[in-house]
Design a protein around this ligand. Sequence first.
Ligand code: ADP
Length: 402
Amino acid sequence: MVNEEAKAFRARLISINGNTVIMDVLNGELSNADQLVFCSSGETFRVIGLDTNAGSMSADLDSPVAVQVVAQVDAELGGSLSAKVAAKVGEIIARSDHRPEYVDQFEAEILWMSDQKMLPGRRYSLSCAGQTADASVTKLKYRVEQSNGKHIAATSISKDETFIGNLALSHSIAFDPMSSGLETSAFELKSSDSKTLARGQIRHGLRRASNVHWQAITVDKTARSRLKNQTPKIVWLTGLSASGKSTIANIIEKKLLEMGRHAYLLDGDNVRHGLNKDLGFTDADRVENIRRIAETSKLMLDAGLIVIASFISPFEAERRMARSLFEEGEFIEVHVDASLTVCEQRDPKGLYKKVRQGVIQNFTGFDSPYDKPENPEIKIESETVSAEEAATKIIDYLSAHE
Ligand code: ADP
C-alpha cells in the first residue's frame, strides 16, 4: 500500500561536519532543494547537493544506506550547520513539511518474547530506529488472544503474548504510527543486559510534544518524579551511634547515582550544622530534630527525590510520626543493628570514649534510651553483614518496590 506516509522521508543522523550532513536513510527518497528538519530541535536546513557514493538515494528496507548529503544552512541561521545545531548522533531527520510525531508517551501493540514476565512500571530500554530511551509500561490495557483477537484483562504478560499498553519514556523520540509502515513505527524493548524482551509497533502518541501550544500540566509529585523517571521514597536508617548508618547510607547514595537516580542523603552532619543547629540532645530536642528532618524529607519526596535519612532516631513514637507524613509504601524503615559493645569497639568518632570520660551526656544506649524498631521494612545485622551487602539489600528492596 503506497499512501502519503509511505512516501515520507526518514533518516538517522550519522555526523555533521561543517555543512556536510551524513545520514542513514531509513525510508523514502531525498531530492536537491528539499528542506529537512532535525526532529528533536526543530532546526531546519536545505539540501543543496547530494553525494550518494554509498549507493542509492532511497532506502533499502533491510539495510539502510549511508547517503552523504551536502546541506546548506538556512539564510536566517548563518554560519555552518555544525556550529549552529546541537543535533545528536542517531536523531531522526525528516522533510520539514512531513514530520514524525515527537513525544514521550504512546500507545503500542507489543509482542512479549521473554521468559521473564512483563511487569507494568518496570524499566526497560527502548530502541526505535536507532533512538534509545528508558521506557516503562504505565498502563497494561489488555492482552490480545492470538487465536481470535479477543481482548482479555491482564495484570502481567508472559512469553509469546501480545498486549496493548501505554509506554512512558525518559525523553521524547521521533516516531510514526504503525499505520504508516515506516521504520520509525517499530521498536524493541531490551533488558539492562541487552537481551531483547519484546517487539512493538506504535499505535499513536499520547501527548503531542511537537504541538506548539503548551498543555496544562498539573505540577505535582507524580509529574516531578516522572520527569526523573523514578519512584520517590524515603529510606530511614535508624540505629545506635556507630551501628553503621552513615557508612551504609553513603554507599546507597553512590549506587543510586550510578543507576541514574536522583537521591539526597540527609544526615546529622548536614542537618545539625544548619537547619537544626539550635537543637541539642535532650529528649525534647531529639523529638524536634526528627520532626524537622521528617518534614524536610517530605518536601524532598514531593520534589521527586529518593531521600536517605540517617539518624539515630531513638524513639519509636517519632519514627511513627515520621512514617505518618508519607504515603503507604513510601517510608522504608531500616534498622541498622549492632550491639552496644560492638558499637563502642568501633567508635569511629571517639564518642563512646567521651561518654566513658563523662564528657557527653544524654547518649543513646547509656543515659538515653533506644527503642528497637518492632516492624522495620528491612533489618541489617551490621555485625555479620558488610556495609556493601547491606546497601545492596536496600537497593534491591527499592528496585522491587518501584
Ligand atoms: P553511624 O552513622 O550509625 O553512627 P558510622 O557509619 O558513622 O555509624 O560508623 C560505623 C563504623 O563501623 C564505621 O567506622 C564503619 O567502617 C564500621 N563498620 C564495620 N562494619 C560495618 C558494617 N557492617 N556496616 C557499617 N559499618 C561498619
